[in-house]
Write a protein that binds this ligand. Sequence first.
Ligand code: SF4
Length: 401
Amino acid sequence: MFALYLHIPFCRARCSYCDFNTYTTIGDLQAPYVAALAREIRLVGAAGDAPAVGTIFFGGGTPSLLTPSQVADILAAARESFAVADDAEITMEANPGTVDEAWLAAVRALGVNRLSFGVQSALPGELALLGREHDFAAAVGAVSAARAAGFDNLNLDLIYGLPGQSVANWRQTLDAALPVGVEHISLYCLTIEPGTPMQRWLHSGAIQPPDPDTAADQYEVACEALAAAGYEHYEISNWARPGRECRHNVVYWRNEPYLGLGAGAHGSAAGYRYQVVRQPRAYVRRITNFELRMTNEEAITDPLTSDRLTTDWPLSPAVAAHHAVDDAEAMSDTAITQLRLLNEGLDLRGFAARFGRSFDDVYGDTVRDLLALELLRRDDDHLLLTDKGRFLSNQVFYRFV
Ligand code: SF4
């Protein structure tokens, strides 16, 4: 089973911290982009003999800017081209303020069965700093409307580690968000990315750099509050009600194959990692030109297009870069991604079966060090982060690169 990621690169406004592949001034491109995405889905699906798909994730950007008929076109292409499981998890990222009950009911009827709302904070000052367009009341309203439209699987994204955000401020957001009663909560520690307004404000002295010790305290507070509210901490940044883990993201964390389609999407399948061309206009052009060339039956010489589609599935005409994954990279990726899963950890037997070498054989010295430092623990056939290791997870992961 594959996971299918579909990138929707449109937003109404740019948030101050965001460096995602998304744009606010190309609304005219939305219809041709959807047509190109549906075409790419069909091309890749046809090249792979209707591979089975267990999860679909509309990420962005703001996928909730799509009209229901655009969502219908994309899902129709997916269902025609892939063997989409009857019980597939179909998630759409949504911004509060972009959805109403009619839109929610329409996409629910199309089969979307999970929504992930970007909420980020309950405090007006923090939402203003982040450049969010909505207030917290809009987030609560969006959740109510989603319930009324029949959604029973909802996620909220929240951000901590903000400039000037105290532990008490963060508690206020948690205290407001937990009673909303969603099935899943993702907490992200802010990273100030190059090229964002927030980085410029930092350089100009308009804001102070976030304090990593405060962020660690905030993480600890969140761990306690979410456990007390009945959420399972199943991945470093993710909590869920029992059985409501995000199945799509678990595919990434188990380092299983996934297909990314749409501008800038990444994929990992058939022994390759690849990235689709980043610029939406270039993406649409690539798919359209490929179509024209196919229609004209001209010779196609681009090594990343037709030849590869038949020989090196799943590459599409819009792939900009790809490389074959060797064992060293696959083993390192498996260690880093599976250790993120706090309840499962790294599957030592699965590792040996996949690579023909035991984990100890490959990483024995590193594992011994990390066990001695009490950053990892061994539990039968699994290796897991300890509580201390959760706080220092990047330090653990570096050791496996
Ligand atoms: S809504 Fe999301 S994707 Fe769009 S600018 Fe804000 S953070 Fe970035």
